[in-house]
Design a protein around this ligand. Structure first.
Ligand code: GYE
Length: 301
């Protein structure tokens, strides 16, 4: 609450809100996330200023400081990294600026360093991806993991949930390869090119986001593999990835829902009114597989 965090109450329509995006908007997750924030601000008549750090963490720290110097009194941050926020947290605390983090978490104490974290249950996403993999491989086979970027909770939690579920439910599945594709399409492609050299008979690939999974499809195609020969499961729920399920190249996609606008502004509004805001707000994620991909395609982004 406002009392615990410090500062004065406010009406959202009287303050300027700053939104800091982390990654370039070539990834539909980022496009949809930013759009959701922009749309909700417009709908509520809130004065919003935005920035995009293009995957450069030093830039993002600068961006948020800039947002504050441009008069942002509430901050919504999609953090690139989970650590390294001290300069921003100190400055925001000195000026009683509430911070809401979306999609990735900032390491720190809720209600002290920031108001709340709004995002998915990433451990659960990993478990759900594992279920899809177990289904695709009938519980037997060798699997590669294309890890997301290092330095954030999403990558570690998606890894943790996947490993946990495979170990508990599918002793016949072995993880034989793990490398980061940095959450990018090019990264996923080049890591998969190495993978098919070192593990030509790989049975499954768990790509920790759709962009890397789509890169993996390009690499497998280039290596002469047929659709379905390697079972791919990914996370996000972009249109292109779900279309790949329909086409047979991807087996399953666990959604990571980026539509944080309504939740974020509702949290900011409640906080400004002195009401209690939960320290973690978990958004609902869908899942796509061969049984529903075609009819659910309109929900993909
Ligand atoms: O899954 C991925 C992006 O932090 C939840 O970051 C987000 C992830 C998302 O690069 O596509």
């Amino acid at each position: 609450t406002l009392d615990e965090y410090g500062g004065e109450g406010f009406d959202l329509t009287d303050v300027r809100v700053g939104f800091s995006q982390s990654e370039a908007e070539s990834n539909p997750f980022r496009i949809t996330e930013t759009q959701s924030i922009v749309d909700e601000a417009e709908e509520r008549g809130v004065d919003l200023i935005t920035s995009n750090a293009q995957s450069d963490f030093a830039q993002q720290i600068n961006d948020v400081q800039d947002l504050m110097s441009q008069g942002a009194e509430v901050l919504i941050i999609a953090p690139l990294n989970s650590d390294g926020w001290k300069p921003v947290l100190d400055e925001a605390a000195a000026e009683d600026i509430p911070i809401i983090t979306v999609d990735r978490a900032i390491n720190g104490t809720a209600c002290e360093d920031f108001v709340t974290f709004i995002g998915s249950d990433f451990v659960e996403q990993g478990r759900r991806a594992a279920d899809q993999m177990i289904d695709a491989l009938d519980g037997e086979g060798e699997v590669a993991v294309l890890l997301g970027a290092a330095g954030n909770n999403v990558t570690t939690e998606r890894t943790e949930g996947f490993q946990e579920r495979i170990e508990a439910e599918a002793p016949g599945i072995e993880i034989v390869f793990e490398q980061s594709g940095d959450f990018t399409r090019e990264g996923g492609q080049s890591v998969t090119e190495q993978l098919v050299q070192s593990e030509p008979d790989i049975d499954g690939i768990y790509a920790q986001n759709d962009e890397m999974g789509i890169g993996a499809v390009t690499a497998l195609n280039g290596a002469g593999k047929e659709s379905g020969e390697v079972s791919i499961v990914t996370v996000d729920g972009t249109e292109e990835a779900v279309q790949h399920i329909v086409d047979g190249w991807i087996h399953g996609v666990v959604e990571s829902n980026p539509r944080f606008g309504p939740l974020a502004f509702e949290a900011a509004e409640s906080f400004g009114a002195g009401e209690e805001v939960g320290t973690e707000l978990i958004i609902t994620d869908r899942a796509y597989d061969p049984s529903n991909a075609e009819e659910e395609l309109p929900h993909a982004y």
